[in-house]
Design a protein around this ligand. Structure first.
Ligand code: 13P
Length: 260
């Protein structure tokens, strides 16, 4: 049995006072929303990590960063933060290779692989984001694109390292658009990702790997998506900025875990 995980990616949103309200609502609602039954992670912008960490203290909600430097050692890398720094700042998770970073900031598969290694080296749990654009899907390149993203980042990892990695399938066309992959469409890709992992890492590692869905997840569609056999939770953008909505998404995941 894989433990479900629901992660909030705030992206470049939030201000101190709004964050305070959001986090205190999440902390007070976490237990009822199934924290513990499901892992719940919040990834705020880097400048607010310390604030959010303080407010999460004593709760079951964990902290994550949205990005990390590919450089492991300290040095002259203006504007960058290393995986060790995020670990030092209280993060246990980091998003790697989000499509917005790949598309807007030129993160190649090589850079994504280096970031993933840096995160693992520092003891962070990476969430590797993968997903195809609409053009790639329409051109019949979904399997090629997604499997290449998975293989290039994960195929050289040890079994132990791989056990710390979570994959998030986020079709680019479903991010922030209100369009979601249908549960069947998402399930098909999740199963394909698991099969690709099984090819280079063996069935056991593939079965244990958590694969999240991301792309316009909300309180209404979460249950039908999370009910799919190869979908182990979600990576939530817009809907994670509203406490009630995000907690309802966590609850949907926890309720399904209870059903088994
Ligand atoms: P939305 O939930 O806003 O579509 O964003 C998904 C996402 O990119 C999470 O990383």
């Amino acid at each position: 049995m894989r433990k479900a995980l629901v992660a909030a990616n705030w992206k470049m949103n939030g201000r101190r006072s709004a964050n305070e309200q959001l986090i205190s609502a999440l902390v007070s609602g976490a237990e009822q929303a199934g924290a513990g039954v499901v892992d719940i992670v919040v990834c705020p912008p880097a400048v607010y990590l310390a604030d959010v960490r303080q407010r999460l203290a004593g709760s079951l909600i964990e902290l994550g960063a949205q990005n990390v430097s590919s450089e492991k050692a300290d040095g002259a890398y203006t504007g960058e933060c290393s995986a060790q720094m995020f670990q030092d700042a209280g993060c246990s998770w980091v998003l790697i290779g989000h499509s917005e970073r790949r598309a807007r900031y030129g993160e190649t598969e090589e850079v994504v692989a280096a970031k993933l290694l840096a995160a693992l080296d520092a003891g962070l749990n990476p969430v590797l984001c993968v997903g195809e654009t609409l053009e790639q899907r329409q051109a019949g390149k979904l399997v090629e694109v997604v499997s290449s993203q998975v293989v290039s980042a994960l195929s050289t990892l040890s079994v132990d390292a791989l056990s710390k990695v979570v994959v998030a399938y986020e079709p680019v066309w479903a991010i922030g658009t209100g369009l979601t992959a249908s549960p069947d469409q998402a399930q098909e890709v999740h199963a394909m990702i698991r099969a690709v992992v099984a090819e280079f890492a063996g069935k056991d590692s593939a079965q244990k790997m958590r694969i999240l869905y991301g792309g316009s997840v909300n309180a209404t569609n979460a249950e039908s998506i999370f009910a799919q056999p190869d979908i182990d939770g979600g990576l939530v953008g817009g809907a994670s900025l509203k406490a009630e909505e995000f907690l309802a998404i966590c609850r949907a995941s926890a309720d399904l875990a209870a059903v088994g």
